[in-house]
Ligand binder design. Sequence first.
Ligand code: ADP
Ligand code: MG
Length: 508
Amino acid sequence: MFSHSPALSMRGITKSFAGNVVLAGVSLSAAAGEVHALVGENGAGKSTLMKILAGVYQPDAGEILIDDRAVRFLRPADALAHGIAMIYQELSLAPHMTVAENIFLGREPLSFSPLGLINAREMNERAKRLLDDYGFKLNPRSRVVRLSAADRQLVEITRATVEAKRVIVMDEPTSSLTAHEVEELFQLIRNLKSRGLGVIYISHRLEELEAIADRLTILRDGREVYTGAWGEISSDEIIRHMAGRELTEIFPQRSHDAGEARLRVERLTRAGKFSDVSFSAHAGEVVGIAGLAGAGRTELVEAIFGANPADSGEIYLNGSRLDVKQPARAVKRGLGLLTEDRKRTGLCLNQSLDKNLTLANVRALVKNLWLERRRERAVAREYIEKLHIRPPDPDKLVGRMSGGNQQKVLLARWLFANSQVFLLDEPTRGVDVAARSEIYRAINRLIESGAAVVMVSSDLPELLGMADRILVMRRGRLVVELKARETTQEEVLKYAAVEESVELGSAA
Ligand code: ADP
Ligand code: MG
């Protein structure tokens, strides 16, 4: 199908918007059968570079070469005609059309009727075959408007694979996908590679790139700061290149002394998820929880919060027993939870920043049955300032904010609700390096105000940089406690991943 798919290259691409230089002489190539990872912080220019490749924007200088011949893409159709398709970061589907219609938009199989009508049945069948082939569980006849963000993303991906004949660009395609869907996507990417397609893949998630990338280009402030084979430089070096800063600046220093126990968990057990978990978290302390996917970490923090209560065991907050069957109780007692999937369970995306921020403690703003709107805004301003939330606009729709700032809104929510124990589940997932650094600062502010933080993270550099103690979970059990300053990623991984047989052997 893709018998002839030579390399494509962009050379010396420069682009300004209204006098702001967004790209300065950037080069990037896509080779057949190769995944080229493009990384950089938010605003580095990744999407703009790819939109130039897709014919959405024209460069001010530089050229695009195919088969060593310069081509010009004045509109997306020109790029498509050369077999270049893009999965946009901001989805580009027609909401009121069906899944199949979106996949084949502009290239619908025609019926043989004299009227040349679109053959809906054939289109649906072809869409079904493709979706099944990719392992995406979607009905071709569903209307896109009814789909979840993740399912829309799968439609978008499928559509691009139909269009792409030479190069497919994926701009942060996994931000709304579950781990399982990400695995399906990677399978698909391997498949596209073997068919000779070039893949350009944009992501913040280095652990994702680890699984699929062949080459790497790093952009910073519109400049290409590194290009090389994947694996030539370490992830620490990648982060340094992206941020232009040292890791010590990314993980700000904290001066604290751990105080009294804020949270104590004793022999907490939930059948099939985790068992016999005991630990405590003190005022002024970050306790990190490491482990592989499925080790029971999310289930544990949800049980502490009361969202999915434990079967047995005890939880103490500031020394007194917490009988959580409902999160509302936990909140009243000063517990706050930041979930892994902040978009689905934490935030009301179509509500303003101030409404989201005050949600867990609206009571404090009600006087004589009136919601004090002025106070609500004042509170919002106070926390915008405290946690450096951007943009600093209480009316901003949360759905329009960046991932890092959404996360800060959630932290602010629990701060305003007087939380003293913060349970953070993957607080920086899908967030770029600069915003991550700000989330870390926000966490340190919580700590300095006397809170205790329990942080689940799969990002080992983050755990080592932020936590005081690291508890490692494996298959629902706490297997070891390590001092963050005295351990290494390798040691944490060893405990998280060790095989059962080895475990039995060493226990003997
Ligand atoms: P990335 O994808 O790496 O996060 P972008 O390419 O989206 O970065 O943005 C790079 C810079 O260009 C940002 O400062 C952004 O605000 C600016 N930018 C992007 N698109 C436009 C546009 N259409 N008009 C003006 N500025 C833009
Ligand atoms: Mg982008």
